[in-house]
Design a protein. Structure first.
Lengths: 417, 417
């Protein structure tokens, strides 16, 4: 079973916004064994949309379209659906009642004609009810291809994918199994890992594909097995991962399938009943932000002091001026003291501190651009490491966040195993 | 002049990573008058890549490809280039010297064969030198279409776009002018704005396109003018924006072209020599993080206390237990006290505080899921507003961040004008 994902919107083609919808839809469909053939972003042009539909007709089973469903003139997906399916727009009473309730009941505004027009849908479509917004989703089958239209607002799109599309596809279609397993390695580059596992890789069965996903300091190896017999896939994956583990056991740090490092660390802390706080300078609160983006962070994350200015390190964290004068604000000594201080202030088991110069210019410090000190305070120790993450700024910040979480992860695992 | 952007990688098609490269490339090309026709993401399959190249041959001027340039087996773009252009790989000595220097000089590792193979390039290509990584970019012209291959690592891709591709396209191609103007409105929904400006919109000249870009609380109107006479475009845009301003002056808050709210607020603070600190509960440090993601934040941003746990509000911010007991932790009183306290601790002109329940469950609080109090402390006042941002969690956090920055922006502008 194959699908193509289309995103409609000039704002994507001029690079004004990044399309995050396609990845969410792809992940959701992939999880139920639907293969994504292509993702395409096209303009708000009727001709362009019609041409793309015609090209995909009967070449894939599903075409999932986001965008172009709003109430304004530049949103033309609905009219284009009518053209393509030789259909006309009719009022869907259930949608109209929902839109009226949302506008008049929740937003306390008088409903306008443009609002009411949100309830117009092509007569041949199955309406996918959007409980979290005004634009309904639409499902229309033509010959061997189903065309599904979804609003472009991410949480509305997500609601419809999770509550309408996935259940409907699962009910109505036979699909193969796709199983992904990810092996997280740490400490060696992509090329080195590739050389070490070359023979193993060449011996993988044809239904298992390997991909390398490098990121700061680590390489994720993703095995994807596809087939009709789930047990065979699982057995083959298990055996191959076992033999892989025998070859690169020294650099494997985890077998979590899809989880980000912050989720893995959050789970570890929760499982072991440990708490965390952070004192962040060059990372500017990003460690706190990525941890608290996931629900449940309150069980282990107590808080952070983002001491961006030197004065904040002195006034809020209580770092001594003499220490800063002696070692400079970007130093191992200050990082360690920040970690110890925040751990005490927030009364946590662990504390992470960062101080560095993310660039592009030297700013208040004398440290080289890209230099970052990361400190990890534990109940009985404080560990400081120095890094140079180079440039640009975003890379320095992101690597510092990842490296901090890795240091914490290693520390927790060391004490547990 | 038209371009298509292709992203190669199974990890994109299964939704494991979001493609941010295409938006960057699109924005860069758009800024020099190159129109992006489509963005396409396809799998690491030679057949799929060759078919896509053949379809685009002579239909667009540029095809920009990212991904598939790494040193491992799943990276096949280079070999596929040789197939498509009937070419062979040869060693580029300049690239080899650079890779050797990077691996042996900077990373202090012994160079491997896989590393050396990074210097193999199709003989017909113009090499685009990648100063920040090991994989070179490649530029090959076939008939009327140039195919450009770039590494998928974002900062390497960015380096090559900015330093190699844009200058080369500017030198070698005639292009029309594209001018975008963005008008930021605040306080009315997309449908209402559309109704108010309908007549104006219908009278726009055919070479000016209008797009609505709604986000939390605000609607960005984007006018895009395209043509060969820059003066005519600028004059028409100016006149139309003037007449638009006459119609919806009450809701227009800015005319910044591309800037995000955090950049606008950062500039305002810098211009007026004012400083800011934040005390964040439900936003978990995200206000600090978005502000410090941009270079130059240190001139106005002093720091933040992320008081995620109630204990951190008491111990670090010094909020009284009695106040929390009386009003609950999610309350106007606590938000106001947090703002006043952090302003004092960080010695800043302004301070923002957030407390709320981002959901999905009630957690430590009794407040409804989605409820957020935002407080803004100024040198002589404290303003608190209550919101309900609904669900999901990510929407609550993002809206609270935007709303906080909007409150601050309004306050600064009020005192200045």
């Amino acid at each position: 079973m194959k699908a193509t994902i289309i995103t409609i919107g000039d704002e994507i083609l001029i690079g004004q916004i990044v399309d995050t919808n396609s990845a969410f839809i792809a992940k959701s469909l992939d999880s139920i064994g639907v293969e994504i053939n292509e993702m395409i972003s096209i303009s708000d042009s009727k001709e362009h949309i019609l041409n793309t539909f015609a090209q995909l007709q009967n070449t894939v089973d599903l075409v999932v379209i986001t965008g172009g469903l709003g109430p304004t003139k530049d949103d033309i997906t609905k009219k284009t659906f009518c053209d393509y399916f030789q259909d006309e727009l009719v009022v869907d009473q259930k949608v109209l009642a929902h839109v009226t309730q949302l506008i008049e009941g929740f937003y306390k505004r008088t409903i306008t004609q443009i609002n009411k027009d949100q309830a117009l849908v092509p007569s041949k479509c199955t309406v996918l009810h959007n409980q979290v917004g005004t634009a309904p989703g639409m499902w229309v089958k033509k010959e061997n291809t189903v065309f599904i239209s979804l609003p472009g607002v991410p949480y509305e799109m997500k609601y419809l994918v999770e509550n309408e599309i996935i259940p409907k596809v699962v009910r109505e279609y036979q699909r193969p199994y796709i199983i992904h397993k990810t092996i997280l390695t740490y400490g060696q580059g992509e090329s080195l890992v590739a050389e070490r596992i070359e023979t193993w890789e060449n011996n993988l069965p044809p239904f298992i594909k390997l991909a390398y996903l490098p990121s700061a300091g680590s390489v994720r190896l993703r095995l994807s097995a596809r087939g009709t017999d789930k047990q065979v896939l699982e057995k083959e994956l298990e055996q191959n991962i076992k033999s892989l583990d025998a070859i690169i056991h020294d650099i494997i740090v985890g077998f979590d399938q899809e989880e980000t490092l912050e989720v893995v660390v959050g789970k570890l802390l929760t499982q072991h009943g440990k708490t965390l706080s952070t004192a962040e300078s060059c990372t500017g609160g990003k460690i706190a932000q990525v941890l608290t983006a996931a629900a449940g962070a309150s069980s282990y994350f107590k808080g952070s002091v983002v001491s961006y200015a030197t004065a904040a390190k002195i006034d809020v964290l209580g770092i001594s001026e003499a220490l800063i004068a002696e070692h400079s604000v970007v130093s191992a000594a200050v990082a360690a003291d920040m970690a110890l201080s925040i751990r005490k202030m927030m009364k946590t088991d662990y504390a992470i501190a960062t101080t560095g110069n993310a660039g592009p210019s030297k700013g208040e410090t004398t440290a080289d651009v890209g230099t970052v000190f990361i400190a990890l305070a534990t109940p009985n120790s404080v560990l400081v490491e120095e890094f140079n993450f180079g440039q640009p700024r975003e890379k320095v910040i992101d690597r510092a966040v990842i490296k901090s979480l890795e240091m914490l992860q290693k520390e927790i695992l060391k004490n547990v195993v």
